[in-house]
Design a binder for this molecule. Structure first.
Ligand code: CDP
Length: 222
């Protein structure tokens, strides 16, 4: 069984997907982490962001990134060095949507994500999971929340007790990323026609996890 969770930045996809996977005994595939690892690698290799659009698959392979599944998701290396803890930096946040719209990147990662998800029960989260990566998923969730709520959660996650100015700035950063993700030509952020929308603005992490687990059980997960 595949559960696809898509939605805008900071809507809680990854943490929810992880908790749902734990409760159901499924694997968790955080597709955004793959786009983030590539972004971190391109930035550390000094590839200028305005030239990413023309990156080829062989240029991507030359970055020498590897991934392996762990109990907690995936571990990423670049030239053998662990880069897992670097992929959520503010710098990667600011650039990842530019990497994610590059045609060679989408093409290359599509194959990798599909094979990471073959032959096991899976909760996968991202932007195009229910529309492109696993269009046959048995359960599709589109997770949303108010921009201000998403911004607050993102800052709290980083240990920042935000004031109003910081909230506005963060909401703006998330909004810019959503715009690029929604407007790109290949695999844009879209709600699949058969997705169930879950607005988490007023839900706790435990509540949103329980809703999805219940839906999955009603569709045959044990
Ligand atoms: O956790 P957050 O919502 O901040 O983002 P993420 O899931 O880690 O994804 C980071 C970025 O990767 C997104 O803003 C998209 O640009 C890209 N992405 C994508 O294009 N397609 C996916 N299936 C997953 C992520």
């Amino acid at each position: 069984m595949i559960i696809a969770i898509d939605g805008p930045a900071g809507s809680g996809k990854s943490s929810t997907a992880k908790a749902v996977a734990q409760q159901l005994g499924f694997h968790h595939l955080d597709s955004g982490a793959f786009y983030r690892a590539l972004t971190h690698a391109a930035l550390s290799a000094g590839l200028p962001a305005d030239a990413w659009e023309s990156l080829t698959v062989s240029a991507l392979k030359a970055l020498n990134i590897d991934s392996e599944p762990t109990e907690d998701g995936h571990r990423f290396t670049m030239n053998g060095q662990d880069i897992t803890s670097s992929i959520r930096s503010p710098e990667v946040n600011a650039h990842v949507s530019h990497m994610a719209r590059v045609p060679a990147v989408r093409d290359w990662l599509l194959g990798q994500l599909r094979s990471a998800g073959s032959e096991c029960d899976l909760v996968a989260d991202g932007r195009d999971i229910g529309t492109v990566v696993f269009p046959g998923a048995e359960l599709k969730i589109f997770l949303t929340a108010d921009p201000a709520v998403r911004a607050r959660r993102r800052l709290l996650e980083r240990g920042i007790q935000p004031n109003d100015d910081e909230l506005l700035l963060e909401a703006d950063r998330l909004g810019q990323r959503d715009r690029i993700d929604s407007e790109r030509e290949i695999a844009p952020l879209r709600q699949a026609y058969d997705a169930i929308v879950l607005d988490t603005s007023d839900l706790s992490p435990a509540e949103q996890t329980a809703r999805i687990v219940d839906l999955a059980r009603s569709r045959g997960a044990s």
